[in-house]
Design a protein around this ligand. Structure first.
Ligand code: ADP
Ligand code: MG
Length: 627
């Protein structure tokens, strides 16, 4: 038997290990299973190249909980360690690695700790949950087994052991403050979280399997059962395979495996597979997305060599793609750094660019190969695409020619097609192409109807970030302007050839203006007289496009800085050519007031602005009229 003191400069690093990353204690199990997996795969390699002359067989890793003795066991059938190797790999190397790690990161703030925590302390993370750890290991080499014990001080013992089966058993004597790790449910949870796709089968207990009934069984004989190993992982997940080996159904099955609680099928997938200049595999899925972006993020899982690392991929994939789901597996993503560093890291930048490009390419080929299918999916995926166009210039360049603009009647145009289609009817007198859109089919119904009657195409653009995107498109397309159907900018379009004649004289207009100003109490309306078609509405409420857009952009982030809460401002457009206006001018006293109030209320009603007391008064007045 040998005793020794681990050679470290800090008196005792275990309290430090314990304190470090308190919330991440659970990673110890992942670390130990990773080591067991490494040991198993190393043996496989050695037998493959003829270095180890042993039967490789079908090794598994077993996790056992012994509640009575308060121990947790991780047992592998890998290459094992000799006594010398325990000395070298555990006492010297692993320990100094852990020490170095702690020294480097103990002062980091908690925000950084998030991702650094994913970088394990390796073997010594066992001491985050155990006050004593044993290693019993039998090497594949013809040497006696070794037994190492350490109680959390730098002192350890190392003796020979009579273990005969090849491999390593790690025994954790779980500390009083970590007894949760003796609960089967908790271990099961950790195994599912971190080890679901690790490459060596992992056994956790047994489960009962029902066998088919024998032929001669009686009606109510119970079906025979058998105890089988409970293997918790799928060692060959879809992303580790070649796309050519997989059918569409396999991708869907894998999606269900990843998200067992998700009942909706994904719309399509993208298989990522590169090995130069960096190594990356993965499958990304486009789910059906709604307009609420916040609740849909953070579903992509990041793995390193099939070991789960995190489902917060911020900084690794571009922000807009965090709306997607699926897995990314890359050994080349440095995790022992803070997120701000990660974003500046060259390798990570390349990975992020690669993923962006793959997504754009896939969308493009869908557009080219089956436009119909692409159009059918558009409304469910547009949030990602529009968000991407807005935030990633490279993505914008790649998708701008096939991004779609649906009309109210569900015709889908590309921007170029739309320009071609509308250029005759919708170019104003200054040569600007005005693209009309609605953001809500129901609320803006009367405005949409009126615009359509005038022969204009009306788009339906209802994503929450669409104001920002329009701003961007206007910036990159000269003489292009998006105008909402209920905004005042629509006037430029209507007045483009100002040949319309007014039915009213200048004096009449002046008197009308005064009457309206005196009668209408609501001061957020500015009155605007116009000569429109006599069939167009007599009163229309519009909102300044610029103001509304700024307000929207402010609500969704960005926009103009420091504009504070902007006041509500509307225009009341009065169509002086409408019959009703003539009647109003001719009416006197209360009758005139009543006509104006009723008509203005109707205009408010069609814009959803008539509420509360005003609405009650309107209803009352309307019944009076019916009498
Ligand atoms: P790392 O896995 O990054 O090398 P660890 O601290 O996790 O660092 O482990 C240190 C070393 O101990 C490993 O490199 C390996 O040589 C040895 N080791 C740990 N666990 C096992 C095991 N189950 N079987 C064989 N060797 C192991
Ligand atoms: Mg390790």
């Amino acid at each position: 038997m040998s005793k020794g003191t681990i050679n470290v400069s800090v008196e005792n690093i275990f309290p430090l290990i314990k304190k470090f990353l308190y919330s991440d204690h659970e990673i110890f199990l992942r670390e130990l299973i990773s080591n067991a997996t490494d040991a198993t795969l190393k043996l496989k390699h050695l037998t493959n190249i003829g270095e180890a002359k042993v039967e490789y067989g079908n090794p598994i890793i077993e996790i056992k909980v012994d509640k009575e003795n308060k121990t947790l066991h991780i047992i592998d059938q890998g290459l094992g360690m000799t006594k010398d190797e325990v000395n070298k790999y555990i006492n010297d190397i692993a320990f100094s690695g852990a020490e170095e790690f702690i020294e480097k990161y103990k002062d980091k703030n908690s925000e950084d700790a998030g991702i650094i925590g994913h970088f394990g302390l390796g073997f010594y993370s066992a001491f985050m949950v155990a006050d004593k750890v044993e290693i019993i290991s039998k090497s594949y080499l013809d040497e006696p087994a070794a037994h190492w014990t350490c109680d959390g001080s730098p002192e350890y013992t190392l003796t020979e052991d009579n273990k005969t089966e090849r491999g390593t058993e790690i025994i954790l004597h779980i500390a009083e403050d970590s007894l949760e790790f003796l609960e089967e449910g908790r271990i099961q949870e950790l195994l599912t979280k971190y080890n679901k796709f690790m490459p060596v089968p992992i056994k956790f207990g047994t489960r009962t399997e029902t066998l088919p009934k024998p032929e001669d069984a009686k009606e109510d004989d119970p079906a025979p059962t058998k105890e089988v190993d409970n293997i918790i992982n799928n060692p060959n997940p879809a992303w580790t395979k070649q796309p050519s080996e997989l059918e569409d159904e396999d991708y869907k099955n894998f999606y269900r495996e990843l998200y067992p609680m998700q009942f909706e099928e994904p719309l399509f997938h993208i298989h990522l597979n590169v090995d130069y200049p960096f190594n990356l595999t993965g499958i990304l899925y486009f789910p059906k997305l709604t307009n609420d972006m916040t609740i849909q993020k953070d579903r992509i899982q990041l793995y390193q060599n099939q070991v789960f690392v995190t489902d917060n991929v911020e900084g690794i994939v571009p922000e807009f793609l965090t709306l997607l789901r699926g897995v990314i597996d890359s050994p080349d993503i440095p995790l022992n750094v803070s997120r701000s560093y990660l974003q500046a890291d060259g390798a990570v930048k390349k990975i992020s660019n690669y993923i962006t490009r793959k997504v754009a390419d896939q969308l493009k080929s869908m557009f080219n190969n089956s436009r119909e299918d692409f159009e059918a999916k558009w409304n469910d995926i547009k949030v990602v695409i529009e968000y991407g166009m807005l935030t990633e210039d490279k993505f914008f360049e790649r998708v701008k020619d096939f991004a779609l603009f649906p009309t109210i009647d569900e015709t889908f145009y590309t921007l170029e097609e739309l320009k071609e289609k509308t250029k005759d009817a919708q170019t104003d007198k200054d040569g600007n192409l005005i693209l009309l859109y609605a953001s809500n089919k129901v609320d803006q119904h009367s405005y949409i109807a009126e615009a359509k009657e005038m022969g204009y195409e009306v788009l339906l653009l209802d994503s929450p970030i669409v104001s920002h995107l329009m701003q961007k498109l206007e910036g990159s397309n000269e003489k292009l302007q998006f105008v909402r159907v209920d905004s005042d900018s629509i006037d430029n379009l209507i007045k483009k050839d100002d040949t319309s004649i007014s039915k009213l004289s200048d004096e009449e207009k002046e008197s009308l203006n005064k009457t309206l100003t005196d009668t209408i109490e609501d001061k957020k309306f500015s009155i605007q007289l116009e000569n429109r078609d006599s069939n167009a509405s007599p009163f229309i409420i519009t909102e300044p496009e610029f103001m509304r857009r700024m307000k929207e952009m402010q609500q969704t982030g960005g926009g103009m800085f420091g504009m504070g809460n902007m006041p509500e401002m509307y225009n009341l457009v009065v169509n002086t050519n409408h019959e009703l206006i003539g009647e109003i001018l001719n009416a006197k006293g209360d009758e005139q007031k009543r006509l104006i109030n009723q008509a203005v209320d109707l205009a408010k009603l069609s814009r959803n602005l008539l509420k509360g007391e005003e609405l009650t008064a309107f209803i009352k007045r309307s019944y009076e009229i019916l009498k």
